[in-house]
Design a protein around this ligand. Structure first.
Ligand code: PLP
Length: 437
């Protein structure tokens, strides 16, 4: 069991060193809370070994990117074999073609794929493509939905109740956000079909794109309803705006991505995480006529998208092997494991007598430390006391050797077993019982 937060661990002394050279002592902020992060020594399968020699069951899986857990043997073998033949070979490679072919074969809405290095970059490129294609400036996004750290999507991420008007208004998330960015960002309420469609219609000819996620993690981690998806895609198309589906996370929902499961056909899709097999990756994929903005053959492409390490051989190799392992059966098994885990967690919540609830879909869950119905960002909002309980839950689980995100999320991998997840459920019940007293 991790000895965190004891003051005499190797993790503590590493953090003290790090405070001298890294702002806040870290580069990765999301998976830990004070007084210091647990430092990893190595990771294998579903488990991390920390620098003090403790084993931690990792339900974050590098922020949902490791769908096969850590160091999957098939991926490591392929990457190891690749390394002696080069890492980034200046010229294009067959691997890049093969991964793009795999994606286009699986997803009807993909005619072409453009690779990049992260989900943030993918979203940025998709928004630029939509602007170039439509000649319009504005972007509509959902209140509370995270799409990476590109300026125009870092809006209304943590809008607070005191800012809530009738319609969601754009609120800067980052200090120094230019007013022009806020002016060109339109905020939609999640899962409210009429209101969202009305706002899209009102913005009319200004909108280049409507950016949506099938289950934004920070809007309560509840899936979009069919009515909501229908209303906003119809309204977007009626105004001539491009529909961009952010599948950076939801691509793990199924063989043809979340769009195959939810029955939606976007104009552009952004990808990252699982398609890189554990290495940095991003991609924009979509309809031929829009993807043509990236085509350089006319001389100058409408949207420049280069990047020193884009489609490098290591990422393409790992991504290809990782995605090939994700057969339809593998998705079914992983989703069934997710359904089972959420159901067992809900039973554990009931037994604990603590007013928590579990949301999520497929291989993703979220633990809320309140029991009010959750449908969107505002209804998922937690009071400071509820957030303190969530922090106590995450800390308690870490002391028992289980890592979930500070937001209460977990992302399963294909190498996790029912027995391991049952132990996790027992640990959650134990911690909730403590909170209930
Ligand atoms: N879009 C969504 C839905 C995400 O969850 C994330 C990251 O978690 C991003 C975009 C940004 O991806 P990246 O961290 O690869 O830049």
């Amino acid at each position: 069991m991790p000895r965190w937060p004891d003051p005499d661990t190797k993790s503590r002394s590493l953090y003290d060193r790090a405070l001298n050279v890294l702002p806040g002592g870290v580069t990765r902020v999301a998976p830990w809370q004070p007084p210091y992060p647990v430092y990893a020594q190595s990771c294998k399968g579903a488990w991390i070994t920390d620098v003090d020699g403790n084993q931690i069951f990792d339900l974050i899986n590098n922020f949902a990117s490791l769908i096969h857990g850590h160091a999957h043997p098939a991926i490591i073998d392929a990457v190891t074999a690749q390394l002696s033949h080069g890492t980034a070979c200046t010229m294009p490679t067959e691997r890049e073609v093969a991964l793009a072919e795999l994606l286009c074969e699986r997803v009807p809405a993909f005619d072409k794929v453009r690779f990049c290095n992260s989900g943030t970059e993918a979203v940025m490129l998709a928004v630029k493509a939509a602007r170039a294609f439509t000649g319009r400036p504005a972007l509509a996004k959902v209140e509370g939905a995270y799409h990476g750290t590109y300026d125009h999507v870092e809006v209304s991420l943590d809008s607070r109740p005191e800012n809530w008007g009738n319609d969601p208004n754009p609120v800067a998330f980052v200090a120094g956000t230019p007013k022009a960015v806020l002016d060109d960002t339109v905020i939609l309420p999640f899962n409210q079909p009429e209101a969202a469609a009305r706002i899209i219609r009102e913005q009319g000819a200004r909108l280049a794109a409507v950016l949506i996620d099938l289950m934004p993690i920070y809007t309560g981690c509840v899936p979009a309803t069919p009515e909501f998806l229908k209303a906003i895609t119809e309204a977007a198309r009626a105004t001539g705006a491009i529909v961009i589906l952010d599948e950076v996370i939801s691509f793990r929902f199924g063989y043809s991505g979340g769009q195959g499961v939810f029955g939606i056909e976007p104009d552009l899709t952004t990808l990252a995480k699982i398609i890189g097999g554990g290495f940095p990756v991003g991609a924009v994929a979509g309809k031929e006529k829009i993807m043509a903005v990236f085509d350089h053959r006319s001389g100058k492409p409408a949207v420049a998208s280069t990047g020193t390490f884009t489609a490098n051989m290591v990422t393409m190799t790992a991504g290809l092997v990782g995605m090939e392992l994700m057969t339809e059966e593998a998705f079914d098994r992983l989703n069934a494991l997710g359904d089972r885990t959420r159901s067992k967690l809900s039973d554990a919540v009931r037994r604990s007598q603590y007013p928590a609830q579990i949301t999520g879909h497929g291989s993703i869950f979220k633990i809320h430390t309140h029991s009010r119905p959750v449908n969107d960002y505002r209804s998922a909002w937690s009071t400071p006391e509820e957030l303190a309980d969530l922090a106590a839950l995450q800390a308690g689980l870490l002391r028992r050797g289980f890592l979930i995100s500070t937001k209460g999320n977990g992302f399963l991998s294909t190498v996790m077993t029912e027995a391991e997840l049952d132990s996790f459920v027992d640990a959650v019940e134990g911690e909730l019982r403590i909170l209930a007293t």
